[in-house]
Design a protein around this ligand. Structure first.
Ligand code: BGP
Length: 471
């Protein structure tokens, strides 16, 4: 629909930005932090930065928060490293880990920035992984205990909580993004059992949050794409619906409605990979209800009916945004209407609006975008990063939020990826997303100095006028 008059962004809209602990903090083994699967199993190719120092945010958080405040952020979405709080996942609590996040949250609150806290962003404690990780039901108890510790400790200061970042990417691309630890080669049956255990863990965390913190809000944070049929052939539409159910809707239906999406469940049964549900699991799933849906959006996906042979499958290497294809289910199709970024990800701002409309239509829960952004090779020249390509990307996506709001969708926040440069899941520091440049190379540590990019000044103006003028 075309509008002559668009609705404004609501007052109090949470203009924010995102990071995750393991990608930004560094200090990977300091102050009692235990190892996570990222530390033990995320092997970087030679010449690609690892996560040991990252952006050194652990030591420079005060300087960083001052920059976030100057940027005008109203929200900062970050994750807490489970292994800083409980180094072995379910044993002793580490006071130094709690102290770090108290300092960070206090600093944010002092500057009027709303903390939006992810409980778990890819970094399962290695000690739990040694005992089977998410294959082991005890990990559900460990997660619920960890969530309780965070709610009791930070509940007075944090109003917005996210359960698990991109559970669907951990399931579909866990090996590629390095989140699977020892179970990296697990068969699909095991992976979907792990998935089920994460669902139960998430539901318990949501129920606990409401019990302990009646004023707080909590939601899941999957990676959501709208799925387009390759053509209007009815078979392509069926393939698109099937893939949408398996990739996206299963994760939200379980979180919101406490049940598996029927198409997704039919797929799991047909393939012989359906998880076993223990007695009481369905009650647990429906006992945890989200207050909102957070989602990460980078692109859309286009699929066609399976041809039943290897041509269904895309050969492009491991990366969480690729459309892989699966024989007998759907075929990966390149969308000829969309440009791609330097890393092959399709760029689709209009699809962002479609995604918001569809989520609202299906769940009627307020939405917050917890990731969206452009990974690029930025260059610092004479003290300046001229990232007009990023400004263009963000502007075109923010325009679509305003359109979605005018469509009647309840969107209450936007936290692009990332607040500050950090280490990418695949391409080290060469692929940057931040508003703030960090001086470091792949293997050379650099000065770690912070520099405001052109996009920093642009986003600052956008926030200052509450999105009325996108410059
Ligand atoms: C999401 C993850 C983030 C982040 C982002 C960009 O899937 O939640 O942790 O890394 O993708 O991905 P990449 O770093 O591969 O460019």
């Amino acid at each position: 629909m075309h509008y002559e008059q668009l609705l404004p962004f609501p007052d109090g809209f949470l203009w924010g930005a995102s990071t995750s602990a393991y990608q930004v903090e560094g200090a990977w083994n300091e102050d009692g932090k235990g190892p996570s699967v990222i530390d033990t199993h995320m092997h970087r190719p030679d010449g690609v930065a690892d996560f040991t120092v990252a952006a050194d945010h652990y030591h420079r958080y005060a300087e960083d928060v001052a920059l976030f405040a100057e940027l005008g952020l109203r929200a900062y979405r970050f994750s807490i490293a489970w292994t800083r709080i409980v180094p072995d996942g379910d044993g002793e609590i580490n006071p130094a880990g709690l102290a770090f996040y108290h300092r960070l949250i206090d600093e944010l609150r002092a500057k009027g920035i709303e903390p939006v806290v992810t409980l778990y962003h890819f970094d399962l404690p290695a000690a739990l992984d040694d005992r089977g990780g998410w294959s082991n039901r005890e990990t559900i108890d460990a997660f619920a205990r960890y969530a309780r510790i965070l709610f009791e400790e930070f509940g007075g200061k944090v109003r917005y909580w996210l359960t698990i970042n991109e559970q669907n990417m951990m399931v579909l691309h866990g090996k590629a993004i390095g989140t699977t630890g020892r179970s990296g080669d697990a068969d699909q049956r095991t992976v979907y059992q792990q998935n089920h255990h994460m669902f139960v863990a998430q539901a318990r965390a949501m129920a606990l949050c409401h019990e302990l913190l009646p004023d707080a809000k909590i939601g899941p944070a999957p990676n959501i794409v709208s799925v387009y049929p390759a053509t209007c052939a009815p078979e392509d539409v069926i393939a698109a619906d099937d893939w949408d159910a398996i990739r996206n809707l299963m994760y939200l239906d379980v979180a919101v409605r406490g049940v598996y999406h029927p198409l997704a469940w039919a797929y799991l049964v047909e393939r012989g990979i359906a998880p076993e549900l223990a007695d009481g699991d369905l009650e647990l799933l429906s006992s945890g209800k989200p207050d909102f849906i957070a989602f990460n959006y980078y692109s859309t996906q286009t699929v066609g009916a399976s041809r039943g042979d290897a041509s269904d499958i895309q050969t492009r290497g491991g990366d969480q945004q690729i459309v892989r294809g699966e024989v007998g289910l759907y075929r990966a199709v390149k969308n000829e209407h969309l440009p791609t970024n330097a890393f092959g990800w399709e760029i689709d701002p209009v699809g962002f609006r479609t995604t918001m409309r569809r989520l609202w239509d299906r769940y009627w829960l307020p939405l917050i975008i917890t990731e969206n952004g452009l990974g690029a090779v930025d260059e610092l020249v004479d003290g300046r990063v001229r990232d007009d390509y990023r400004i263009d990307y963000l502007r075109r996506h923010i325009e679509q939020i305003r359109l979605a709001i005018s469509d009647g969708v309840d969107v209450f926040g936007y936290c692009p990826w990332t607040a500050i440069d950090l280490i990418s899941t695949h391409q080290g520091i060469s692929k940057r997303y931040g508003f703030i440049h960090v001086d470091r190379g792949e293997t050379e540590p650099g000065s770690l100095a912070r520099t405001r990019k052109d996009s920093f000044h642009w986003y600052q103006r956008v926030i200052a006028c509450n999105g009325a003028d996108l410059g």
